[in-house]
Design a protein around this ligand. Structure first.
Ligand code: 5GP
Ligand code: ZN
Length: 114
């Protein structure tokens, strides 16, 4: 995808510090952190939404989550963490390349309903 910011980061066309990378995904810090630690775990394959996943994509994402659980202590997430996957406009998704927000490094509040 030529105009996708996360594909550009994946290909190194936009420089970034990758905290972890393997054949399936990479982990970077969110540019506008909403917690003391706020990472993005980004599958390398471009697809916009969970509803677009193939069975193989689903298996890959599950493997990524397992890997993340192993990496968490080394990412500073010893006390726990929160995962968020925004889907579509109501959730405020802004980058349409599936990604998992990984937030922690502090006790996290639950947002109030508005
Ligand atoms: P979404 O709103 O789609 O769930 O999350 C997209 C996230 O990507 C936002 O939290 C935003 O701050 C982050 N983001 C957007 N552009 C960049 C970028 O160029 N680099 C990094 N590291 N994060 C980005
Ligand atoms: Zn992409």
């Amino acid at each position: 995808m030529n105009d996708c910011i996360f594909c550009k980061i994946n290909k190194g066309e936009i420089p970034s510090r990758k905290f972890y990378e393997d054949d399936k995904m990479f982990i970077i810090a969110d540019i506008e952190p909403k917690a003391k630690l706020h990472y993005l775990m980004i599958p390398k394959k471009h697809y916009k939404l969970l509803s677009e996943m193939t069975e193989e994509d689903a298996a890959d994402l599950a493997a990524c989550l397992k890997k993340l659980s192993e990496l968490a202590p080394s990412l500073g997430l010893k006390g726990g963490y929160r995962l968020v996957i925004n889907q579509g406009d109501d959730a405020g998704q802004t980058v349409f390349h599936l990604h998992v927000h990984v937030m922690g490094g502090q006790v996290l509040d639950f947002p109030d309903l508005k």
